[in-house]
Design a protein around this ligand. Structure first.
Ligand code: KIV
Length: 269
């Protein structure tokens, strides 16, 4: 599939460079080739083949039913030319270090440039093993949807002092272990800012305010076709301001990179 975008391939090195130059980067989920090519052509830096597909594609009420084979089916869809492809490790696909190693290898052999793993300190050993073997890991902390049954709901994380301090410690431990990126979900603005400024690796936010290095959103949310009756506060329907899907994605990309999105109304304090 041809690209309308001459941007070179986004790599871990180029994302690090953007962080060092205090330039924002954009990320979106995608699960099939046509949407991936539109996202790529708009200049979005990272495409996440997320386990959110369990909700937005399969219609489940959580991400838990998604399997490795299903994730790989979506990951193998074409359409990418120059974005960084990140693949989610589904629920229980990394329950042990051996399983995590085997499944991360499968994702990389199916077209991923990095893998995303939900979890705090307990995934440090795995992040280290994978990093040493050439697999970049994005560690996902804050609200981790695969742990929804333990957490009890889609709430903001890190508001009380213990959780706040724990999250900073986890972020630092993950960086020291070799994580290449960190993703913060549903975290108060000041905590996300503090973590972003203390880490050298790029930090991506969703519902984590405007101070993280990058932003991510589920593409269906951006297009105003959220599977939820009431989309979360951090979601913006860019389609309502655009004349086409292409324009909505371009608007998201520009809004993230210029710091217009997320605005205060999308932020937890
Ligand atoms: O699976 C997914 O789409 C995600 C994003 C919400 C960050 O993990």
């Amino acid at each position: 599939m041809s690209s309308q975008n001459n941007k070179p391939l986004t790599t871990i090195a180029s994302l690090n460079k953007l962080k060092n130059e205090s330039k924002k980067f954009s990320c979106l989920t995608a699960y099939e080739s046509t949407m991936t090519s539109k996202i790529c052509d708009a200049g979005v830096d990272i495409v996440l083949v997320g386990d959110s597909l369990g909700m937005v594609i399969q219609g489940n009420d959580s991400t838990l039913p998604v399997t490795m084979d299903q994730l790989i089916y979506h990951l193998e869809c074409k359409g990418n030319n120059n974005s960084h492809i990140m693949a989610d490790m589904p629920f229980m696909s990394y329950a042990t270090d051996d399983l995590g190693f085997e499944n991360a290898t499968r994702l990389m052999q199916s077209g991923a440039h990095s893998v995303k793993i939900e979890g705090g300190e307990w995934i440090c050993k795995m992040a280290n093993t994978l990093a040493e073997r050439g697999i970049p890991v994005c560690a996902h902390i804050g609200l981790t949807p695969q742990a929804i049954n333990r957490i009890g709901g889609y709430f903001v994380q890190g508001r009380d002092t213990d959780k706040h301090d724990l999250m900073i410690a986890e972020a630092k431990a993950l960086e020291s272990a070799g994580a290449a990126m960190l993703l913060l979900e549903c975290v108060p603005d000041a905590l996300a800012e503090s973590i972003t400024s203390q880490l050298n690796i790029p930090v991506i936010g969703i519902g984590a305010g405007a101070k993280t290095d990058g932003q991510i959103m589920v593409v269906h949310d951006l297009l105003g076709i959220s599977c939820l009756e009431k989309p979360p506060k951090f979601v913006k329907d860019f389609m309502s301001e655009a004349g086409s899907i292409k324009e909505a994605i371009q608007l998201y990309n520009i809004s993230v990179k210029s710091g217009i999105f997320p605005a205060e109304e999308h932020t937890f304090f």
